[in-house]
Design a protein around this ligand. Structure first.
Ligand code: AMP
Length: 280
């Protein structure tokens, strides 16, 4: 990329509640069109009419940008969200999260990890061995920011996602976010599902399994969701991790594999041993 880079970030509210948010890292020449595109996204949001839209533009020193490869993508097709949550627990425990802690994290998101059972704006940070919450502010959580695709990678990824029917900006943006989380020090795994009541797909991401989408992690109509980052606190200082997640600019210049859709084995008892799910 050229010499000047800018982080362009948009967030919009409707009746004082979060409505939309998105961000890009672009060249100086693309700042105006990017600001317009993000603003237009806020102004035509399906979930409500924007009362306030904030756009910020901030110059980034290109010398500090880190370049990373995106994780592999796979999709596990399920209709039953309870089985989906069981599958997520299996994936998390395979990644190194203690089994009961994985179940506790799923329950935390299901109940609403924010104050009085609300959805948080950011993510929970959890110790994968003890379940202790390590984020400084349990109401806001940690917001991952300053990440994007390098331009040469964007169209390639869009083509690849379209070829498997996943050409929605939601998938692309969640993949980039998961990629940044996986590139952070001390990360064991991530669990996520959306707070959008109509969108039931979520994912477990880890270094070995990549970005593993699970098509049912909650019932339709449920407006709770969130993210949990499992972090080994012996591998990284939490302040250093948060600084990386929030501030370190990361651009993705390489794609992972886009694997086929899997139908998980019918019996959950087979999941941890199944070659289909946990093969090389
Ligand atoms: P979404 O996938 O956008 O529906 O977000 C699902 C949940 O993930 C939200 O309710 C937040 O708790 C969390 N979240 C969304 N964006 C971020 C972010 N940039 N960093 C950390 N957590 C986020």
């Amino acid at each position: 990329m050229g010499s000047s880079l800018y982080s362009v970030r948009m967030r919009a509210t409707c009746q004082s509640k979060h409505l939309a948010g998105a961000e890009r890292i672009v060249t100086a020449a693309a700042v105006s069109e990017t600001t317009a595109a993000l603003t237009s996204r806020a102004m035509s949001h399906v979930n409500g009419v924007a009362d306030e839209v904030y756009c910020s533009v901030e110059r980034i020193d290109p010398a500090i940008v880190r370049y990373e490869k995106l994780p592999d993508i796979s999709t596990y097709q399920l209709d039953d969200w309870q089985k989906g949550r069981q599958l997520a627990c299996c994936m998390l425990s395979r990644a190194g999260v203690k089994e009961d802690i994985a179940a506790r994290a799923v329950q935390l998101l299901a109940n609403g990890a924010g104050p009085e059972g609300s959805a948080m704006r950011g993510a929970v940070i959890m110790d994968p061995a003890t379940g202790e919450r390590l984020e400084r502010d349990q109401s806001r959580g940690v917001r991952v920011s300053r990440m994007d695709l390098a331009p040469e990678c964007r169209s390639e990824l869009e083509r690849e996602l379209a070829s498997v029917g996943l050409d929605h900006h939601r998938v692309l943006e969640a993949l980039v976010l998961a990629g940044k989380v996986l590139s952070a020090p001390g990360v064991v795994a991530e669990l996520c599902w959306s707070d959008n009541p109509d969108y039931t797909t979520g994912y477990v991401a880890d270094l070995h399994g990549g970005y593993q989408r699970i098509t049912a992690l909650k019932p339709v109509g449920d407006s709770l969701g969130g993210r949990v980052f499992f972090i080994d606190p012996t591998a990284v200082a939490i302040d250093e991790l948060i600084d990386y997640l929030e501030c370190q600019p990361v651009l993705f210049d390489g794609l992972g594999d886009c694997r086929t859709i899997h139908e998980p084995a019918a019996n959950p008892a087979d999941w941890p041993r199944s070659q289909l799910l946990f093969g090389p």
